[in-house]
Design a protein around this ligand. Sequence first.
Ligand SMILES: [Zn+2]
Length: 230
Amino acid sequence: MLKITHAAGHALVTPGKQSPDGYKEWQVTSEIVKLVMLELENYEGVIQKRIDDPTGKSEIPLNKRCELVNGWGANVHIDYHLNAYGAGWNDAGGTETYMYITKPKEANALAEKIQTNLVKELGFRNRGVKAADFQMVRETNRTAIIIEFAFMTNQNEAMKMRTKEYQKKGAKAVVDGLVAQYGLKKKPSVSSTPDVLYRVQVGAFSDINHARGLGEELKARGYPAIIVTK
Ligand SMILES: [Zn+2]
């Protein structure tokens, strides 16, 4: 069993935290969180929870976020962000992933895997895995990392990160890192189960003649119909 918490930085309503043209950091990070959570549903033994406000309407303070992570007993916490340098467009750019200053072994290994995947998927400059005294990695009890996918003050990176294509690339990098780190296995796929029969109902009639009439019509179009009584 692997309990994972996710948080998109910051909230839609948080001042700043946006590109120079006003596009919010959260508009990108929230989409990546949703894609990661959707994909992780396909893996066995994963329980997950989003600890920011998924509507973006309220900013949950960092100490409260840490309480939620610890109180729920998460094994892994991932914080999703876009970096910024200054307030206008500029050339600062790249991807970086953070862990706490003590460089906890598991967080370090997970951060390295995800960082490597991100650089490969997104193609932005590799700023590396870094250690920092940030609250979200300091005050969470278990493995925690902070991902800065790209710079929202870099026009090229910001525009790319607004596309579904790049959000999917980012999400894939995170999921692949988690799968490799924790040896996650996919749930058996429903569609590959051979003894499932999908039945299509096209009508329900109280008059048997109407049912027979539709049955004949379907047969004439090449669909064998079976009339059943409930
Ligand atoms: Zn941020």
